[in-house]
Design a protein around this ligand. Structure first.
Ligand code: R1P
Ligand code: MN
Ligand code: MN
Length: 403
């Protein structure tokens, strides 16, 4: 029985979203944002030389169709990515009204978001007084810090010391539908932070805020503060059965690598493997070696987004792409003849753009195991239908298989 490996490169957009003018970083619309093309252009111009050098080197992704998909999506110049694809590729457009991780993943898994997400205004305070009051009461603290839009790494450096003095959690949001809580793992307590976030999640979910995210950190004022790997997302459940349910209901095994379990509130998932991206790559390789016949492995590699996109770090993003590409180059030869490897993304996060938020973009769909060809422009939902078709399980919802 054939197996499928669905791999999301978090935030590796390829520009060209026709509705980008409806999405913003601050006051600036996302029109023209193009994560992959702008990184490739910066590399070719010698402007991404920190820890790497020269044109963007992603030959394995390019051979699958990354350069071709980017040119189709946006017409952009993609220096260094000039391969004639030997994979099967497409450029996918999102219909959900949201440029966040759950919206992108749910739609890739076959279910566009049927509602409008709740957001907090970019004002100070960002949270309405009655919500802040409910949160303070639920936490059993005398106040909160932050109460604004922020970049998570910046705000812990600004408020980490005050947080340790007062014991007040740092609450912040972004252009996404999120309520984030940063607190010190030792002075505040990791278990306390997690139970706190779990307790307030229903209040936020009722307002269609997609996720409450615990953001634990360590360190001190003298040496600086660092976030740890103990982040945890408390997300609204998808509104309908998704690809993972379809596969599991057909009696197949579903493996989640990285934060997929959190994104889908564990719906349809049998086994979770977590860690930093290098650890996740080891898990993915192990699953290529050992995943059950007929199974789905669904993986998310988040560090493109969390370490480099939001931080507007072009060199770092390029290094991550080059690392990922080399890893994929060693993984592909280990796949079985009837395996499908489908590599895609959930939204953009152009590190050359203004602000620190995601960017509305099309995404690449790069397939190994379907021969050579192209599907042109497709929808995110068609990814789920295609994976289901490959596995021989029934698909639901609006997606159409491109095989
Ligand atoms: O700046 P940090 O805390 O990484 O926040 C980012 O992470 C959130 C969830 O992915 C996004 O909404 C974005 O704001
Ligand atoms: Mn994402
Ligand atoms: Mn993000």
């Amino acid at each position: 029985m054939s197996r499928a490996f669905l791999v999301v490169m978090d935030s590796v957009g390829i520009g060209g979203a026709p509705d980008a003018d409806q999405y913003f970083n601050g006051e600036t619309p996302d029109t023209g944002a193009n994560t992959l093309a702008h990184i490739a252009q910066a590399c070719a111009a010698g402007k991404a030389e920190d820890g790497r050098s020269g044109p963007l080197g992603v030959p394995h992704l390019d051979a699958l169709g990354l350069g071709a998909a980017t040119r189709l999506a946006s017409g952009a110049d993609v220096p260094g990515l000039n391969a004639t694809p030997t994979g099967f590729w497409a450029a996918a457009q999102e219909s959900s009204r949201g440029k966040d991780t759950p919206s992108g993943h749910w739609e890739l898994a076959g279910v566009p978001v049927p509602w409008d997400w709740g957001y907090f205004p970019d004002t100070r305070p960002a949270f309405p007084a009655h919500l802040t009051g409910a949160i303070i009461a639920s936490f059993g603290v005398d106040g909160i810090l932050g109460n604004c839009h922020a970049s998570g790494t910046q705000i812990i450096n600004e408020l980490g010391a005050l947080h340790m003095q007062t014991g007040f959690p740092i609450c912040y949001t972004s252009a996404d539908s999120v309520f984030q809580v940063a607190a010190h793992e030792h002075s505040f307590g990791l278990a306390r932070l997690l139970s706190f976030c779990e307790a307030i999640a229903p209040i936020l979910h009722a307002r269609k805020i997609g996720r409450v995210i615990a953001r634990p950190f360590v360190g001190d004022e003298a040496s600086g503060f660092q976030r740890t790997g103990n982040r945890k997302d408390f997300a609204i459940s998808p509104p309908a059965q998704v690809l993972t349910n379809w596969v599991q209901d057909a009696g197949r095994r579903v493996y989640a690598v990285g934060k997929i379990g959190d994104i889908f509130s564990m719906q349809g998932i049998d086994e979770v493997r977590k860690g930093a991206d290098d650890v996740l790559m080891t898990h993915l390789n192990d699953l290529v070696d050992s995943a059950d016949e007929g199974s789905l492995t669904f993986a998310n590699f988040v560090e493109f987004d969390s370490l480099y996109g939001h931080r507007r770090d072009v060199s770092g993003y390029a290094r991550a792409l080059e690392w990922f590409d080399a890893e994929i180059g060693t993984l592909i030869p280990k796949l079985r003849a009837d395996d499908l490897l489908l590599i895609t993304a959930d939204h953009g996060n152009d590190p050359t753009w203004v602000g620190t938020d995601h960017t509305r973009e099309r995404v690449p769909v790069l397939c190994h195991g379907l021969g050579t060809g192209e599907a042109g422009h497709i929808g995110f939902v068609d990814v789920a239908a295609t994976v289901a078709m490959h596995l021989g399980v029934a698909a639901q919802g609006p997606g159409r298989s491109f095989i």
